[in-house]
Design a protein around this ligand. Structure first.
Ligand code: UDX
Ligand code: UDX
Length: 478
């Protein structure tokens, strides 16, 4: 076993690997961090002199990158070199839901984790601590350990050995830097005390010791899945109640406030919205469902699957309401979509509710103009699987050979001319300050505003003359 840590490698420079290593590098200036990735473009973006061109947008990220990059934090595609010199290796690659084969649609595809483990087995030297950073199905550590043990890469001059630890990351996008700076807890799962201590020494540089929890490896893996499942379950719960509010005359904001005052429930994660998105919630719940089914726990599987089912239903419900309110047809009507990211303060659109909702509205014949301050038109094109009809205020950056879709993209907010409706899907700060009086004069009448995030000022919107629909607002009951 190594005595101390000097060189750290992270495989995967994504939404988790990039910010996590940047924070560690800032807090541990004496350690060297090599973040490697197979994606050359992504690495080039991490190395871009212009910090506004980093591959991910995250408040506070630029500053910590500036502090450490090319001092003790390096981004490259030199995977072999980084593994060779590493005392500790974080595996932070993506683990999408399998699309075919056994467990398709539910369990995670571990092919990237497996590839990473094989590379570690091949290139590592001496003793290496291998840390699962990606969220993984329970018992993945076993798979990693057996790949590391069975790959016959030992030689007389290089005796290799490994300790596998689970150290799931709990950061949320949009608040990643804050979450990394002062985490609620750091979880380290494993059975090798020395390796666990060495990893916790890194965190101890800025995280109070009482926040560092040690568990066995399976508890650590399961705790991460459970944590995401509980959070997602809260959102499905509140969104299901918002539908009841709309038909009974109750108001979801008042209900959330009232129940959140109960300390046992707590006030966080009770905002009803267009349905949860992001790369983790759905995937992790489906992993849990798969695990339960695998072990013959059908009722448990059904319980958790319903959290995802309600979310899908809820997203469909919003598109239907828009159609109903616009006299049952949106064919040829211009609808402005405000926000495409799955939440504010990120450029990430993975599993964003906007994808399904926009597709449904386009299928109904609407003409969409989509605005988002951080998401690119190209990303939206990937998500909607169609090319925009044209770009507004931006050159067409697309080179993909997709068919045309009935949508346009705009980086600016001067898009309301002749629009029939506006639909707020992401809670970006700038949408809170829109001057509704000047917007409505440009729009077709009656002008509708659908607010799925409860961010607009109701009085001002109504005073301007809008027909307003808000999620979970029963006062609008007909
Ligand atoms: C997250 C979380 O880490 C994880 O918990 C969850 O399971 C999946 O998504 P994230 O950082 O958000 O990961 O993923 P992503 O932004 O896709 O980054 C993963 C990176 O790994 C990509 O840049 C990809 O190019 C890289 N990668 C993938 C490798 O470097 N090597 C591989 O073999 C595969
Ligand atoms: C989540 C977990 O919060 C984090 O701990 C884990 O590491 C990764 O998964 P993330 O997906 O980045 O983080 O964002 P989160 O803030 O959890 O939001 C997820 C989705 O839930 C978003 O679409 C968001 O808009 C939605 N949400 C969140 C609500 O609709 N209402 C809320 O009250 C909170």
């Amino acid at each position: 076993m190594i005595k101390s840590i000097k060189n750290i490698c992270c495989i995967g420079a994504g939404y988790v690997g990039g910010p996590t290593m940047a924070m560690m590098a800032n807090k541990c200036p004496n350690l060297i961090f090599n973040v490697v990735d197979i994606n050359k473009e992504r690495i080039a973006a991490w190395n871009n002199e212009d910090l506004s061109k980093l591959p991910i947008f995250e408040p506070g990220l630029k500053e910590i990158i500036k502090n450490s990059r090319n001092k003790n934090l390096f981004f490259s595609c030199e995977i072999k070199k980084a593994i060779e010199s590493a005392d500790i290796i974080f595996i932070s690659v993506n683990t999408p839901t399998k699309t075919k084969g056994l467990g398709a649609g539910k369990c995670s595809d571990l092919k990237w984790v497996e590839t990473s483990a094989r590379e570690v087995a091949k290139f590592s030297k001496g003793h290496t601590i291998v840390v699962e950073k990606s969220t993984l199905p329970v018992r993945t550590a076993e798979v990693i350990q057996s790949i590391l043990n069975s790959t016959n890469c030992n030689s007389s001059s290089n005796k290799k050995s490994f300790s596998v630890l689970s150290n799931p990351e709990f950061l949320a996008e949009g608040t990643a830097i804050k979450d990394l700076e002062s985490p609620d807890r750091v979880l380290i799962g494993g059975d090798n005390k020395k390796a666990m201590d060495l990893l916790s020494d890194i965190y101890k540089k800025w995280v109070p010791e009482e926040k560092i929890l040690f568990t066995n490896i399976w508890s650590s893996e399961l705790a991460k899945l459970t944590s995401n499942a509980f959070l997602a379950q809260r959102i499905s719960s509140i969104n299901s109640i918002s539908a009841i509010c709309e038909v009974t005359g109750a108001d979801i904001r008042e209900v959330s406030r009232a129940i959140g005052k109960d300390k046992r429930i707590g006030s966080k994660f009770l905002d009803s919205g267009p349905g949860f998105g992001g790369s983790c919630f759905k995937k992790d719940i489906l992993n849990l469902v798969y695990l339960a089914e695998y072990f013959g726990l059908g009722e448990v599987a059904k319980f958790w699957e319903e959290v995802v089912n309600i979310n899908n239903w809820h997203q469909k419900r919003i598109a239907k309401i828009v159609v109903q309110k616009l006299f049952g047809t949106i064919s040829g009507k211009k609808i402005i979509i405000l926000g495409f990211a799955f939440k504010a303060n990120t450029n990430d659109t993975r599993e964003s509710a906007a994808i399904k909702i926009c597709k449904d509205l386009i299928d109904e014949g609407a003409e969409l103009i989509i605005h988002d301050p951080k998401v690119s038109s190209l990303q939206i094109q990937h998500d909607l699987q169609t090319k925009p009809k044209s770009q507004i205020n931006e050159k067409n950056e697309s080179s993909l050979n997709n068919k045309l879709g009935n949508w346009k993209f705009s980086k600016k907010l001067d898009i309301f001319e002749n629009a029939h409706a506006i639909l707020v899907l992401t809670e970006w700060e700038e949408y809170k300050n829109i001057n509704w009086e000047s917007v409505i004069v440009k729009m077709a009448k009656p002008a509708w505003l659908f607010d799925s995030r409860s961010i607009v000022n109701v009085e001002l919107v109504k005073k301007a003359g809008f027909n307003l629909w808000r999620l979970g607002d029963g006062s609008q009951k007909e």
